[in-house]
Design a protein around this ligand. Structure first.
Ligand SMILES: [Zn+2]
Ligand SMILES: [Zn+2]
Length: 196
């Protein structure tokens, strides 16, 4: 708890046929990470990788991946949806039945289990997060709002650059979280760029 550091971990590998591997371009600090770091969400374990909203480039795809190919640039949301269950079929991706491998914990915590979330403790599937050079995207599908948001960004109707007040390399991530938590230097969000 309250201990954040940058460590060397094994590279992710494809495990399922619908998996992709994404090379990180940028990710961001999120207020909910502070709950994980501060121990307010139980079920974190030593060595867990946080980070759950990111953009990157697809570098590997499993044989069942149809919508993305190597070289695609992707925007990835926190929740992981299988694309096939009743919830995903009804655009309720955050309730996907298949991507959280520990549904019992969420059931006890919130009264209903959620889908798996990248880097969001073992209550939400224990998936590795995105503050890393590479991340395994399990069963990724385009989710409800991303296509609409990308269209509006392209049309210039939505601006987000004012939110990204600081940009840091992966090595500086713990410092960035400290700034983000205490709002020092006017920090709204820090963007973490592994390649920076
Ligand atoms: Zn978040
Ligand atoms: Zn699903």
């Amino acid at each position: 708890m309250n201990k954040l550091s940058v460590e060397r971990v094994p590279e992710p590998e494809l495990r399922n046929e619908q998996d992709i591997i994404v090379r990180l371009i940028a990710g961001t600090t999120c207020g909910s990470d502070l709950h994980l770091i501060g121990g307010h969400i139980p079920a974190m374990r030593a060595g867990d990788v946080i980070g759950h909203e990111f953009v990157g480039e697809v570098v590997e795809t499993g044989p069942q991946v149809r919508r993305h190919k190597v070289g695609d640039r992707v925007v990835v949301c926190s929740f992981v949806g299988c694309g096939r269950c009743w919830y995903c079929a009804h655009d309720l991706w955050s309730l996907c039945d298949n991507t959280n491998t520990n549904p019992g914990i969420g059931q006890g915590l919130f009264g209903h289990e959620s889908a798996g979330i990248f880097g969001y403790s073992h209550a939400m599937g224990g998936l590795r997060g995105s503050h890393a050079e590479y991340v395994r995207g399990a069963q990724m599908h385009g989710q409800r709002y991303v296509p609409m948001l990308l269209d509006r960004l392209t049309a210039g109707e939505l601006r987000t650059s004012h939110l990204a007040t600081h940009t840091v390399s992966l090595d500086e991530a713990p410092k960035a979280y400290d700034m983000f938590k205490h709002k020092t230097d006017g920090c709204v969000r820090a963007v973490i760029r592994p390649g920076a």
